[in-house]
Write a protein that binds this ligand. Sequence first.
Ligand code: BTN
Length: 122
Amino acid sequence: QCSLTGRWVNDLGSNMTIKTVNANGNFMGIYNTSVSATTKKIMASPLLGSQHLPNQLNHPTFGFTVHWTFSDSITVFTGQCFVDDDGKEVLKTMWLLRTHADKRGDDWKATRVGYNEFKRLE
Ligand code: BTN
C-alpha cells in the first residue's frame, strides 16, 4: 500500500495514472483534470513526481508537477498517503496552480491554492 503506482480519482472527478515508481521514488504519469480555470479544451497532461518509498516509511509523503499542455499554467501538488478506516489508501494533497501573468503587476493574482483528496480507482 501507498506506492503511488496506479489510477486515482479526486473529489473534483479528476483522475491520474501514475506509472512505475522507480527505486529512487521517482515517477511519471498522466493527469486528466475535470475542471479548468481557462476556457480552453481540456487535454490529458503529463506529470512528474517523487515519493518517499512506502517500504522505508509508513504513510509516505510525495510531490508532483503537472505541466498542462492546453494552458500556460503549471500545478504543483504535495501530499501524503494515508490508509483510511476501511483499509483504503487516500492521498491528502494541497496544490498551487500558477497561471500565466502577462505583466509583473499581475503577479499578485496569478497563484491559486487548494486541497484535493484522491482515492484509488479499483
Ligand atoms: C488550467 O486551468 O490552466 C489547468 C488545469 C488546472 C486544474 C486544477 S489543478 C488543481 C485542481 N485539481 C484538479 O484536479 N484540477 C484543478
